[in-house]
Design a protein around this ligand. Sequence first.
Ligand code: GUN
Ligand code: ZN
Length: 459
Amino acid sequence: MNQQIHRGSLLHFPKSTIDPANNYQYISDGVLVVENGRICHIGEAKAFFSDRTNQQRLEQGEVELHKGLLLPGLIDSHVHFPQIEMIASFGKQLLDWLNEYTFPTEMQFSNPHYAQAQASFFVEQLFAHGTTTASIFATVHTQSVDALFEAAQRYNARMICGKVLMDRFCPEALQDTAESGYRESKTLIERWHKQGRALYAITPRFAPTSSPEQLAKAGQLANEHPDTFIQTHLSENLGEVEWIKELYPSCPEYLGVYERYDLVRDRALFGHAIHLNSREYTALSRSGASVSFCPSSNLFLGSGLFDYGAMQDHNIPVSIASDVGAGTSLSLFANQADAYKICQLQSLSLNPFESLYLCTQGAATAMGLSDQIGNLNAGTEADFIELDLMATPMLQQRLVRCKTLDEQLFAAITLGDERLIEKTYVNGQQVYQKGATSCGHNSTSGLHSSLNGSMSSVR
Ligand code: GUN
Ligand code: ZN
């Protein structure tokens, strides 16, 4: 029997809820038993070790003891793997940022070796940030999708990915056609969708860079493969929203474009959704689709304030996402801190349990995957992380003064980032441990000394 026993404190949201602050399960001394990549038991350590065989296993050192807090692996519902290298690019808002930084970066992914190297780096970085599932935009090149899924499969990780569809308003080297985009996406669906833990997302980049013919083919594909995901961008930036009116004058507004082409349905994930009118909120709430709140990206590109209260009022499923490279951190803890501040600007104080829910069970629910991921329930896939709540001196100072779990969680969200992540497990296997870097990226001295060198020569 291939069984691993983990002992530590456990926190998760066992079911889908509109009130996460009152529907979490916290076990201060708990066990999580994993068998063949799945969780087969969660419960109190005391009850578990009252069984003689289990007690013996404890005495024989067969139980992994965790000092930190065990949580389900985090789920990033919107991220661009090719953009990891252009994160933190200065001074532009969405449309200029795409032209100046994003498109030139994505051109490099025509080279399969480059795509493979970047995909491997990206997947490792996800794990180092505590993320075990992500919905990922590749580039227009099919080889970029192959590279990402191959990297994920090395760890048996559940990842969603798709080839970007775009046939206009971008460099020619990044354009497909309505027909080739359809054909290549279909081939990728046949090659990857539901192979192991891989899931395919039909991925029109956003309505401006797809002709009506391409969106129609994307909708056709979505109807032919109803169990695939759809991912795209919606109403992120006011200039973009104005452009949509010129490009699609007969649609009521932005969401109406995607509705016209059958792209608004279950498993459709819309990034941003900031500048919506009341018809769009109502239509989204009836559609089964969900939206990705991308706080760090929205602040970085100056896109606007996501109206979480309106999403709640309309019962629209929401998850939190990094949107790297417009987002400035892959850490969903750093993104939760930004989410709190965005909500504060709109007089809403986002409860820490609620924001954690939006990165775990809430995200899994939005994606229709909560039977597999997003919680620690018996029967689900064993993707989980260990958090070190004392990861920094600042956290230590703050945490010892917290009296309740929600105070601790809020402090961890506000002061924490990837330094919180002690260990990451995927499919029951440990895939990351803090401090155990494989390729020496923990040295910063090279960059510092070269910067200092050039500064002193200017002086
Ligand atoms: N809209 C269209 N493409 C992109 C992208 O790559 N990032 C963001 N943030 N918005 C987009
Ligand atoms: Zn995006």
